[in-house]
Design a protein around this ligand. Structure first.
Ligand SMILES: Cc1ncc(C[n+]2csc(CCOP(=O)(O)OP(=O)(O)O)c2C)c(N)n1
Ligand SMILES: CC(=O)[C@@H](O)[C@H](O)COP(=O)(O)O
Ligand SMILES: [Mg+2]
Length: 651
């Protein structure tokens, strides 16, 4: 049994001596590399917080003392130390979440994996402790990247004002988000880090002098006094102290004893205090492949020695198709510029940035600023492309509505990871964009069904110069091309049938699913027309008249059912006085548990057999109701399709 395996909870940590702490850190690193290489996950961030996590749980008494993690992707070590060491199904269905989870442990608080929220949580918890007279500590761990997010500064503004309210902020400064962290904040942290160089020199000098007989110690003591004066006089006091926070640091975040000492100092301080820890993302992992691009921020399942993927990708990703096309557009359109929120490579802007370095900006983890600055860029005569993950655009809704759309700015939003993403759990699914953004006047939304459509719709979007546009696509490999056999209005016809009963509206990547469902229904005598609307907002004017020629309309989307495309289609049918019944298929109004995308889609009924089953059941029910519905043909087993006792649901 390793020392790590003997740790059942934080209480076991407090008994360890210094050599054992070093052994434990080694055990943890070996465990992380092996376990995360098997499942995929956030290897780099967690290798960077091994000593920090150990020190936190030795100095504080979780769960009474709250230890909070910003974004939470770096909480694997915290999990290992709080009784969760089975990583065999990490981020997989039924396994540990890749983020804190209240269901898993009383030591976990924030499940939201959206960055820059931890200081807000800490401010609230500290106020509650103070008002309710609880002596417990609140400790918020925030990365240097997350510190570039606006919400962190809203919280700091409040925290710094309450000089009498204890709250400990630990800045986990590894100088990186994915890539090196940008901006004035990062530069300021670097200034504080150079103080570290000065400190190291002095501690070297201390060692030398203290070993010098007779004159060494007295000389050291007089210099030490001078040092304090020198540091106060010349070393940067730092913005944090100017704000009103006590600043402790910079501390070597891989020296457990040093971190513990700093945390004990912070614990004794009766007010807000910031401990600045210097760490290294990916520390201790030196595989054959030095992937400097993001220091193993997120890795897929891989060989830990060579970093070779265990399961090669099924084909090019949607991201890579976007990346190639936007670079091509950039060569043709000098007015096209790009913005990323600290995720240049993950959102596919690498090629564009290499070709046009002056036309791309990384604004930090600041989607709201990305959106407003895009309004400025557009007003200044450029056409900005804001590339973010769908779920992260949620926080920039007001900026999109009131800064971009109100001024009819020609901004194109490209939302990667739209729909069910899967392993990253509830807060990473891009399932709300087509609901939230339905209400934005003038915004046009496209959902491509394959690579060819992504390329075409991206070009159509950047050609719009008097309104914002948005394109969204999922996290998976781009499937086969889905050819159109005709066009009605702006909609591509993918399947047609004489005297069809059902109009299946396939939104984006749901097209192949809908074509398969139509095939199943045909086997049961139910004839379907399948269309891909391409641009889902505004609803195509030809959709209502087309619907009127069918007995049932079904809309299928990889987005929340609530307020999604299905709802917009319903509104359009009502406005046109078309009373054809409508069934909408989408993601139910739930926070989805983590698991593979395909598993989650199956669980929520977004599969051909489930969709066909519900359509046939709806028609059968109408047959009962009005006598001329369609019985389910024997080419199709409804009982099996509806699964074991699935009650009618809107999925
Ligand atoms: C609002 C938001 N935007 C983007 C992301 C994607 N993301 C996850 S971790 C990360 C980098 C975080 O950097 P930092 O806070 O320094 O933590 P580190 O990974 O360095 O430990 C980003 C951009 C996110 N989680 N939330
Ligand atoms: C924690 C976070 O928000 C990102 O690192 C995210 O986990 C990346 O997900 P992808 O693997 O889909 O790029
Ligand atoms: Mg960082």
């Amino acid at each position: 049994m390793t020392l790590l395996q003997s740790i059942r909870g934080p209480h076991d940590l407090k008994k360890l001596n210094e050599p054992q702490l070093g052994e434990l850190a080694d055990d943890v690193r070996q465990f992380l590399v092996q376990a995360v290489a098997r499942t995929g996950g956030h290897l780099g961030p967690n290798l960077g917080v091994v000593e920090l996590s150990i020190a936190l749980h030795r100095v504080f008494d979780s769960p009474a003392d709250r230890i909070l993690w910003d974004t939470g992707h770096q909480s694997y070590v915290h999990k290992l130390l709080t009784g969760r060491q089975d990583f065999s199904k990490l981020r997989g269905k039924g396994g540990l979440s890749g983020y804190p989870s209240r269901e898993e442990s009383e030591h976990d608080v924030i499940e939201n994996s959206h960055a820059s929220t931890v200081l807000g949580w800490a401010d609230g918890l500290a106020k509650a402790n103070q008002l309710l007279g609880r002596p417990d500590h609140v400790v918020a761990v925030i990365g240097d990247g997350a510190l570039t997010g606006g919400m962190a500064w809203e919280a700091l503004n409040n925290i710094a004002a309450a000089r009498d309210r204890p709250l400990i902020i630990v800045v986990n400064d590894n100088e990186r988000s994915y890539a090196p962290t940008i901006g004035g904040m990062a530069n300021h942290l670097a200034t504080l880090r150079t103080t570290d160089g000065y400190e190291r020199f002095l501690s070297w000098g201390k060692g030398v002098l203290q070993q010098t007989p007779v004159i060494g110690q007295p000389l050291y003591e007089s210099l030490h006094g001078a040092k304090k004066g020198f540091k106060d006089a010349f070393a940067p006091q730092g913005m944090f102290e100017d704000l009103g926070l006590k600043y402790v640091g910079p501390i070597d975040g891989h020296d457990t004893a040093a971190v513990e000492s700093a945390l004990h100092r912070a614990k004794r301080f009766h007010g807000p205090v910031l401990v600045h820890c210097l760490t290294e993302k990916g520390r201790g992992y030196q595989p054959a492949l030095q992937d400097e691009a993001d220091r193993f921020h997120t890795v897929g399942a891989m060989d830990p020695l060579t970093c070779a993927p265990l399961a090669p990708a099924a084909g090019p990703s949607w991201t890579s198709v976007f990346g190639d096309e936007i670079a091509a557009i950039g060569a043709e359109r000098p007015d096209v510029v790009a913005i990323t929120a600290a995720m240049l490579h993950p959102v596919g802007l690498t090629k564009f940035a290499e070709a046009f370095p002056d036309r791309v900006w990384d604004v930090g983890i600041a989607e709201q600023h990305a959106t407003v600055s895009a309004a400025g860029l557009a007003t200044g005569g450029l056409h900005p492309v804001v590339a973010v993950y769908a779920t992260f655009l949620n926080r920039a809704f007001d900026q999109l509505l009131m800064d971009v759309a109100l001024h009819r700015c020609a901004v194109t939003f490209v939302l990667d990871r739209a729909g069910v993403t899967g392993p990253d759990g509830a807060s990473h699914n891009g399932m709300w964009d087509m609901s939230l953004l339905q209400v934005v006047p003038g915004l046009r939304i496209a959902a491509p069904r394959d690579a060819g459509q992504l390329r075409a719709q991206l070009r159509e979007a950047v050609a719009v110069d008097d309104a914002p546009t948005m394109i969204r696509f999922p996290k998976e490999s781009v499937g086969e091309a889905v050819p159109a056999i005709g066009r009605i209005g702006g909609m591509d016809v993918l399947r047609r049938a004489p005297d069809a009963d059902v109009l299946l509206v396939a939104v984006g990547v749901m097209a192949p699913v809908c074509l398969k469902a139509a095939g199943l229904l045909a086997g049961g005598g139910i004839r379907c027309t399948v269309v891909d609307p391409r641009w889902v907002k505004p609803v195509d004017e030809e959709l209502a008249p087309l619907a009127a020629r069918h007995r049932l309309v079904a809309v299928v989307e990889d987005n929340s059912r609530a307020g999604g495309v299905g709802s917009a289609v319903g509104q359009a049918l009502r406005d046109a006085g078309t009373d054809v019944p409508l069934r909408t298929f989408g993601i139910p109004e739930q926070f989805l548990a983590h698991g593979k995308r395909a598993e989650v889609l199956a669980d929520i009924g977004l599969t051909p057999i489930e969709i066909a089953g519900r359509i046939s059941a709806t028609l059968a029910a109408r047959k009962t109701a009005d006598g001329h519905g369609i019985a389910v043909g024997d080419g199709y087993d409804e009982r099996n399709a509806l699964g074991n006792g699935h009650k009618e649901s809107g999925a």
